[in-house]
Design a protein around this ligand. Structure first.
Ligand code: NAP
Length: 486
């Protein structure tokens, strides 16, 4: 098993590494070449049952979940150390499996290490309250783990998304079943291996790859699962929420986005326009936070568009394993075709393709970064999450219109605004209906700060202390002191 072998290509179920499962196997394709990479067993419902039974037993019988925190702190710290020790191998695997540029893949792996470090430290600071009561007695709250947690993650940031969920779930004493996306299971399986090497008790972290269409419903509706932590498409989130309703499972959903990037005329327009391409085309546009609707004040619109096109044309599209590459291929041929259909739709809806919109002349699932203008915000191109390298630019005439355009979407994950006016920055930040807003930058993800959506971008928050609340119940304990009054 990896790191002795090139790829982590087995599943971790009930403390054993499986190289065969009941649903056959999944052939992974390298997006940069279109050639086979390796194959991974596909779990069926039998393996899901086995893993959940093992998780339930581990949760009940292992000291992991009980009050003493030393074991959890030490083990999570050790996982972080192991991620750092194996960072280059993990980054290369991610770059090859997802098509992600190696520099970004390294950043994602180190963010995963930082996530485990943060929650290792947070364990002893995630405290309850003592509450003064009107009655005679002593009242306090404590956080208790939920039990078996299913973490279901997507293919765009496979390692990061896995760490964002697994680290706080383990920190708070749960037993975790991690289900990676079928296209990109490798670094999740590697995380399972690092957990084992760090001394996690068997059954506390299992990694079960399998097709969502085959095992998803079974996993989500299984009576042993107490909570589902999901990141993925809004349509999948809707289905999960419905299934989870039957036995009142806890659910947190990190879903899609169509985030606005508002540029006011009083901003540093050159800085905003030079930053805009990576904010929408980074990770080849396969980013839930992608600032894919760019809303620019009419008086600086032409200047902004010209600068953004020039900056886009400077982006280095290439082999993910080359150091200078900024944009790799899309994750799969299916995803590329889906995005190409949206580019065609943009044309039909009256959009002007200002740059890109074509396949570069090379093998693999590449698509050049595409800027479209001339569309109404009500168009499907402006409303639907394309999840590829396509930016829509729209003009606005005053602040009210900018806010209206920004909020005219079913999504509410993130957004940016660029202005030198502090009062306007605070006013507009408050008015944008999104879980994360950034001013004069497009960065919206910090380990210490909560991350998640408004509206159909989901609910619940990853990262920061907020995430620990998602994996715990709060219990109130009252101790009578003195006379019984009732
Ligand atoms: P997806 O199709 O919803 O899949 C996400 C995960 O759910 C995969 O592991 C998938 O397995 C699994 N799944 C599929 N059907 C299921 C079912 N019926 N029950 C349970 N699990 C099921 O999403 P994706 O295409 O991988 O990822 C892209 C989406 O993720 C975009 O919409 C993006 O915006 C969103 N995203 C959101 C955030 C955020 O923080 N808000 C972050 C990253 C991505 P299979 O792969 O086997 O189908």
């Amino acid at each position: 098993m990896w790191p002795e072998t090139e790829f982590p290509d087995r599943l971790l179920i009930d403390g054993r590494w499986r190289d065969q499962c009941s649903s056959g196997s999944m052939q992974l394709i390298e997006p940069a070449t279109g050639q086979p990479l390796c194959s991974v067993p596909a779990a069926g419902s039998g393996e899901v049952d086995e893993a959940l039974q093992a998780a339930s037993t581990a949760f009940r019988n292992q000291p992991w979940s009980r009050l003493a925190t030393k074991q959890r702190t030490t083990t999570l710290s050790r996982i972080a150390e192991l991620i750092r020790e194996h960072a280059e191998s993990l980054a290369v695997i991610e770059a090859r499996n997802v098509g992600k540029p190696i520099g970004e893949a390294r950043g994602e792996v180190l963010a995963g290490a930082r996530c485990f470090e943060y929650y290792a430290g947070a364990i002893s600071r995630f405290v309850g309250e003592t509450i003064p009561l009107s009655d005679s007695g002593f009242d306090f709250t404590m956080h208790q783990p939920l039990g078996v947690v299913a973490c279901i993650v997507p293919w765009n940031f496979p390692f990061c998304m896995a760490c964002w969920k697994v680290a706080p779930a383990l920190a708070t004493g749960n037993a975790v079943l991690l289900k990676p996306a079928s296209l990109t299971p490798l670094t999740a399986l590697a995380l399972g291996r690092l957990g084992e090497m760090a001394g996690l008790p068997p059954g506390i972290l299992q990694v079960v790859a399998g097709r969502g269409s085959e095992i998803g419903d079974h996993l989500v509706s299984h009576p042993l699962v107490r909570k589902i932590a999901f990141t993925g498409e809004t349509t999948t989130g809707t289905r999960i929420m419905k299934l989870a309703a039957d036995d009142i499972k806890r659910v947190s959903l990190e879903l899609g986005g169509k985030s606005p990037n508002i540029v006011f005329a009083d901003a540093d327009v050159e800085a905003a326009a030079n930053a805009a391409p990576m904010a929408v085309f980074g990770n080849t546009g396969q980013d839930c936070c992608s600032r894919s609707r760019i809303v620019v004040e009419a008086s600086v619109y032409d200047q902004f568009v010209e600068t953004m096109i020039a900056a886009t044309n400077r982006l280095v599209v290439g082999d993910p394993l080359h150091e200078e590459t900024q944009l790799g291929p899309m994750v799969s041929e299916g995803q590329r075709k889906s995005v190409e259909q949206y580019i065609e739709l943009a044309r039909q809806e009256g959009g002007r393709i200002l740059c890109g919109g074509e396949r570069p002349d090379r093998p693999g699932c590449y698509l050049s970064p595409t800027i479209v203008d001339g569309l109404a915000n009500a168009s499907r191109t402006c409303q639907e999450e394309i999840f590829g390298p396509v930016a829509c630019i729209l003009p606005f005439h005053d602040e009210e219109e900018a806010v209206r355009l920004a909020n005219d979407t079913i999504y509410g994950l993130s957004g940016s605004l660029w202005t030198r006016d502090l009062e306007r920055a605070l006013r507009v930040a408050r008015a944008i209906e999104a879980g994360v807003v950034s001013v004069n930058t497009n960065s919206s993800v910090y380990q210490e700060a909560p991350f998640g959506g408004f509206k159909q971008s989901g609910f619940g928050r990853d990262l920061g202390f907020e995430a620990m609340r998602l994996y715990t119940e709060i219990k109130n304990v009252f101790i009578r002191v003195g006379e019984v009054t009732s």
